[in-house]
Ligand binder design. Structure first.
Ligand SMILES: *Cc1c(COP(=O)(O)O)cnc(C)c1O
Length: 322
């Protein structure tokens, strides 16, 4: 695998591959949200992306770049959910076999959807086993190509296409708030921001319990933490990637954290005021703005990426009722 960092040119190439395949998701606004934040907010709604999250972009782009020989041997990945569905769907659309390594405690809806898209699921215990080691062992057995959830140039480039569309649709922004797990979405978004709205301040937002990104930025090197416990199940990554971290270090202003309670408030806001189902992880960026974790200048133009909308209905109902 190449260790060269992706550039904005790679994001542009990815957007051409995704043309007519990925949805160009809507950018929604809300005067209630604007009043709360004291700014003009633009929500890029990747909860309306195919399979329900931005991860379709990176997964499809990575598979589109495989050689015919690699396609014939299939692909393999590990994921807490959305990347699994992305790889399953993107593989099926491109006629490639997909095996997905998933934690035992992954949300039931995500596992069912992955199998529904035709992916083969293999489980492991995320408190006891290292998913990357499990993946490497299976890769050696099958010859399949490993497509990791974030630390891969083609994945990062694909994820950057969501922010590219946002800037194309609304123009220059003062701030952009992006959900952060392993940093594929954040690093890709930062490439697009730097190219299309150079003065935009880009912030990553991660769960309080899993602030490895914030610690890493402060330390100037990748800091690994114990697998965190948070309702943001798409952002439970214990460390940033060797490719995502340098881009984040170079182009991201800071990394913020939000609590699970703040995520629940934000989920309720989206359901009640904007009539949108957003998963806990998908609320990270918005929570930082709506819960005023980070002040934005009065009247500022603020982009927020809503990263996904795949909820376990039972858990979701509980959050809304609680
Ligand atoms: C994967 C995921 C994230 C985190 O993305 P990274 O590229 O790992 O930082 C955020 N939100 C949702 C909905 C996700 O599925």
């Amino acid at each position: 695998m190449s260790t060269a960092l992706p550039t904005y040119d790679d994001v542009v190439a990815a957007s051409e591959r995704l043309q007519g395949v990925a949805h160009r998701t809507p950018v929604l606004t809300s005067s209630t949200a604007d009043a709360i934040a004291g700014a003009k907010l633009f929500f890029k709604c990747e909860n309306y992306q195919r399979m329900g999250a931005f991860k379709f972009r990176g997964g499809y782009n990575a598979i589109a770049r495989l050689t015919p020989e690699q396609r014939a041997r299939g692909v393999l990945t590990f994921s807490s959910g959305n990347h699994a569905q992305a790889i399953a769907l993107a593989s099926r659309l491109q006629g490639v076999k997909a095996t997905i390594i998933m934690p035992l405690d992954a949300p039931a809806a995500k596992r069912a959807a992955t199998e529904g898209y035709g992916g083969t699921v293999v489980t492991y215990d995320r408190y006891k086993e290292d998913r990357e080691a499990v993946a490497r062992r299976m890769q050696a057995e099958t010859g399949a190509t490993l497509i990791p959830p974030y630390d891969h140039a083609d994945v990062i480039a694909g994820q950057g296409t969501a922010a590219k569309e946002l800037f194309e649709d609304v123009g220059q922004l003062d701030y952009l708030f992006v959900c952060l797990g392993g940093g594929g979405l954040l690093s890709g978004s930062a490439l697009s921001a730097a190219a299309l709205s150079p003065s935009c301040q880009v912030y990553g937002v991660e769960p309080e319990a899993g602030n490895d990104g914030q610690q890493s930025l402060r330390a100037g090197k990748i800091v690994a933490i114990q697998p965190p416990k948070s309702i943001a199940d798409g952002a439970l990554t214990p460390f940033l990637g060797d490719l995502t971290f340098p881009i984040i270090q170079d182009k991201v202003k800071d990394i913020l954290t939000v609590s699970d309670a703040q995520l629940v408030s934000t989920m309720k806001f989206f359901a009640e005021r904007m009539k949108m189902v957003v998963e806990p992880t998908g609320c990270l960026g918005a929570a930082a703005v709506l819960q005023k974790v980070h002040p934005v200048a009065a009247g500022a133009r603020v982009g927020v990426i809503i990263s996904g909308g795949n909820v376990d209905l039972k858990a979701y109902g509980g959050y809304l009722a609680g």
